[in-house]
Structures are given as structure tokens and as C-alpha cells.
Write a protein that binds this ligand. Structure first.
Ligand code: G3P
Ligand code: CA
Length: 299
């Protein structure tokens, strides 16, 4: 359904005109959450953040298998680059939080991703920190990850992480996506590329204008017309959102001639899921997709 139609429908269900300013969020958000849950309006897309990362180690193949097992289509990840130029899926720019790198390579502080080869990173355990049940889980390469996304029939919100550390990562990532068949028309519907770096998102758009792109952050409304030249979504932290802001974003058309969309992160509880649904977001990025689905009746 077209975004502006959804807004109108929500307003109709509530018996109100869509306001431009944020109302008292508690009551109104609850009403909209109930309307979504009752199936009277289109629910936001639910995106499993770093995979179903509350239930399996983040950014691993296990995390996207878990998302699929829970019945979710959209997963999010973070892409960085090794010392020898391999793209890998990991959130932090250093390895200690989510791997046993300090044990295997004690003399290599500060253990940055960019200072380790792909072969070294492939030796790390990226699951035991989360649970002994996941011992032996590896940091996936982006190639491995894309093949598992494809195998699972999933869709991907791919974040280019810390692009300032990895010159040329945009072109390299798009080459890999193309080689893996992800830039054909069918796959493009299942792909969004995002970054906290507006420059990086712009580069992606310039290199492959057909790709759907997202900026991570909350640009000032006065700047949205600039962003709308190269991005299709504005993805803010939920704490920075209001119904007025979401309406303002929806008022701009992106580079593909459709209204900008809003995916909010990282929403892990029922009350917040209903609150942001009340703000009319188009997507909810969450470590607990099952909790958001139960809150909103969406998947
Ligand atoms: O997709 C939104 C979210 O991933 C941005 O924050 O730090 O988890 O990458 P972060
Ligand atoms: Ca991310």
C-alpha cells in the first residue's frame, strides 16, 4: 500500500485527520497499535536487527537462520573489511566483544577488524560469548552471508559500517552483490543499503541508482530535500522520532519517485513498538522480531 494511503487509513481508523505535530503520544500510540494489531491498517515491516540477535549471536549465519525460523523475511547486518580486503559481517570495528580474538591473538591489541586477515578472522569463535550452544559459530564473509540470505529466501537491510575506515567499500560491496545476483530486478526488491554516512549512501546511489538506499539518522526537516535526491528511507533511532517528524519525511519523494519511508531502530518491547507504529513508521528494526510481531500483528 502507498505510504500516504496508509497514513490516511490510520487517520480514518482513528477518526481523525493526520496531525502534523506530535499529540500526547501515550494514548494515541496505543490506539494506533491496537488498530494495527486488529488488522485495520498495514503494519510496519519488521526487520531482524543483526539477525534475530536477541536469540542467536548477532551478524552470524545462525542469527539469520533464527530469523527465518521465527518466520521473518527481513534481516539487517553490518559490513566491514579485513586487512586483505575481504568483506565480512560484523558490527564493531574491533573484534573482542563478539569473538575470542584476545585468547587466540593476545598480542594484537586493539584487535581491529581492518588489522586482521580473513583467514585469521575465520578462526575466531563468534558464538560462545553469546551462549555455549553457539560455540564454533564463525564471523561470516559477506559472500557466505549473501548465499545464506538467498538460501533462506530472506531480504536484506545491509549497513555499510564505518566506511571512512574502508575506502572504496561501496564499489566493492556492490560488485559482490552483483556477482551474487543481487542487483537484478527481482533481488533489488529484497535489498536496501544503508549507512550512518550520508556520503557513503550517496556513493551507492551514484554507482547503482536502482538500489534502494537509507540514511541512518534524523536529518533536520530543512535538509530532507537534499537527502531525498539520493535516499529512499530515513532510518532514525526511535528515541528521536515524533509523529510530526515521520509526517515531514513522508512528504518528500525520493529518487525513485516514491515518498520517503521511515524504519525506526532499535525497538525491542511492546510499548515502544506500538508507540512508533503510532508515529506511522514504515518499518521497525528489532533484536526481538517476535515481540514486535506480537505487539503489532506484523511480520
Ligand atoms: O539498522 C539500524 C541499526 O543497525 C543502527 O545501529 O549500531 O546497531 O548498527 P547499529
Ligand atoms: Ca547496523
Amino acid at each position: 500500500m502507498h505510504t500516504r494511503v496508509v497514513v490516511a487509513t490510520v487517520a480514518a481508523v482513528l477518526g481523525t485527520a493526520a496531525p502534523l505535530l506530535s499529540p500526547a503520544p501515550g494514548a494515541r500510540a496505543g490506539e494506533v497499535g491496537e488498530a494495527v494489531k486488529a488488522g485495520k491498517v498495514t503494519a510496519p515491516t519488521v526487520v531482524a536487527h543483526r539477525g534475530a540477535s536477541a536469540y542467536a549471536p548477532e551478524n552470524t549465519l545462525a542469527s539469520i537462520d533464527k530469523a527465518a525460523a521465527l518466520g521473518f523475511t527481513w534481516v539487517e547486518n553490518d559490513v566491514q573489511r579485513t586487512k586483505d580486503g575481504e568483506l565480512v559481517v560484523i558490527h564493531d570495528d574491533s573484534l573482542p566483544r563478539t569473538t575470542n580474538v584476545k585468547t587466540l591473538f593476545p598480542g594484537r591489541a586493539p584487535w581491529k577488524v581492518k588489522d586482521f586477515t580473513a583467514a585469521e578472522i575465520a578462526r575466531l569463535d563468534a558464538g560462545r560469548w553469546f551462549s555455549p550452544a553457539y560455540a564454533g559459530t564463525r564471523v561470516p564473509t559477506l559472500k557466505q552471508y549473501m548465499r545464506r540470505v538467498e538460501h533462506n529466501h530472506e531480504s536484506l537491510l545491509m549497513e555499510i559500517k564505518n566506511p571512512e575506515l574502508y575506502p572504496g567499500i561501496e564499489r566493492q560491496a556492490l560488485k559482490l552483490l552483483g556477482d551474487e545476483g543481487w542487483l537484478d530486478r527481482g533481488h533489488l526488491r529484497r535489498l536496501i543499503v544503508q549507512s550512518f554516512s550520508a556520503d557513503s549512501v550517496r556513493k551507492v546511489h551514484e554507482l547503482r541508482p536502482a538500489i534502494t538506499t537509507a540514511f541512518l539518522g534524523t536529518p533536520k526537516v530543512a535538509q530532507l530535500h537534499e537527502y531525498a535526491r539520493s535516499i529512499d528511507l530515513v532510518n532514525p533511532a526511535y528515541q528521536s522520532l515524533s509523529i510530526g517528524y515521520v509526517s515531514a519525511v513522508h512528504a518528500f519523494d525520493g529518487p525513485h519517485g516514491k515518498p520517503l519511508r521511515v524504519f525506526a531502530w532499535t525497538v525491542n518491547d511492546t510499548a515502544t513498538a506500538r508507540k512508533v507504529a503510532g508515529y506511522r513508521v514504515d518499518g521497525v528494526i528489532t533484536n526481538k522480531p517476535d515481540v514486535v510481531r506480537a505487539a503489532l500483528g506484523s511480520g
